[in-house]
Write a new protein. Structure first.
Length: 333
């Protein structure tokens, strides 16, 4: 009996040990040496642990539970990957993480990239294939760390109502209902309704680092068409959209105004990008990683452009490129 008890205890200890993780992060050069790297929970944003970079490396160890999607912040940049029981290697230079679940997610990402690169697909078909890919990934991984990530990204990728989300949650593991990103998706669904086309603008106040207050109503509802660009310096599509807005402004001059709203970003990086991109219109800049404007308008991805009419009525939202140019031509005539 003692031997059986000993074996049973040993098995419990082994199971407990198997929940532990060791994350090794490798940096491409010495520039990060001495900096603090932050390991955060993707869902909550909470900092799980910190480590100092030494000799181009840092390590984290702890309890992974069943695993979780994480973000590592180092040198001002975020890196997303999965922390799971066992060894996890994150190579910053190569931009990949190595472990069984990370390998599985990387293979899926490659498949999605093939869809994105398929020139025979329309944008709508491409979006539909990606959404289907997210749903399949979630269904195949409900009980590991990939599942919650895929589920939440599926909710944020499509414009669902609260009822739609509740219906999906009934078929999901019970713990999914407690995810903060699920709550965020529900809030986005509510806010999309109250800030839909045809509704009057919803004002917001942004407090800058120096305490100065900036309001959307400082620019919108003043008797002129206004194009509001929600963007971030680190976002390549956002940066690509800005020259197109500049070209429209040059074409139509004073027939409309542009205001930028810098969200999810570091204010210093925003100011640097304003100079790099030669942005001439006013940009509302808050404190670190501003989220209130996007939460209020149910914005789930950027760039997101909203056209406001002279009285502040929302005339369109979510258009970019040629579609935005066509709509703007229509409303300013």
């Amino acid at each position: 009996m003692k031997q059986i008890t000993f074996l049973f205890t040993a098995m419990l200890l082994l199971a407990s040990c198997n929940k532990g993780y060791k994350l090794t992060v490798t940096f491409p050069d010495d520039s990060a040496n001495g900096e603090t790297a932050f390991l955060t929970n993707y869902d909550t944003g909470d900092t799980i642990a910190t480590a100092t970079v030494e000799n181009r490396m840092c390590t984290f160890e702890g309890d992974a539970g069943k695993g979780f999607f994480a973000r590592l912040y180092a040198s001002g940049n975020p890196y997303g990957f999965i922390v799971e029981p066992g060894e996890v290697q994150l190579n910053i230079a190569e931009g990949n993480a190595v472990s069984p679940l990370n390998d599985k997610l990387a293979a899926w990402s490659k498949e999605m990239q093939k869809i994105a690169d398929d020139s025979t697909l329309t944008e709508a078909e491409n979006d539909a294939r990606y959404a289907e890919g997210l749903m399949k990934l979630y269904q195949e991984n409900k009980d590991n760390a990939i599942g919650p990530w895929a589920f939440c990204n599926y909710l944020m990728y499509k414009d669902f109502t609260e009822a739609d989300i509740d219906a999906l949650l009934k078929k999901a593991p019970a713990e999914y209902a407690q995810l903060k990103r699920v709550a965020k998706a529900k809030n986005a669904a509510r806010q999309l309704t109250v800030t839909a086309e045809g509704q009057k603008f919803t004002d917001f106040v942004v407090v800058a680092e120096d305490g100065a207050k900036q309001k959307l109503s400082d620019h919108v509802g003043k008797g002129k068409v206004v194009v509001a660009d929600f963007w971030a310096s680190w976002c390549p599509p956002c940066r690509a959209e800005i020259p197109k807005l500049q070209a429209l402004k040059e074409k139509y001059g004073d027939k409309f105004d542009v205001v930028g709203i810098a969200v999810w970003d570091n204010p210093d990086d925003t100011r640097k990008a304003i100079e790099e991109l030669s942005i001439t219109w006013p940009v509302i800049i808050g404190t670190h990683k501003l989220t209130e404007p996007t939460d209020l308008y149910g914005i789930k991805s950027i760039p997101h452009v909203i056209i406001f009419g002279p009285d502040g009525t929302i005339l369109s939202r979510g258009l970019t490129g040629n579609a935005l140019a066509a709509k703007l031509t229509e409303v300013i005539k």
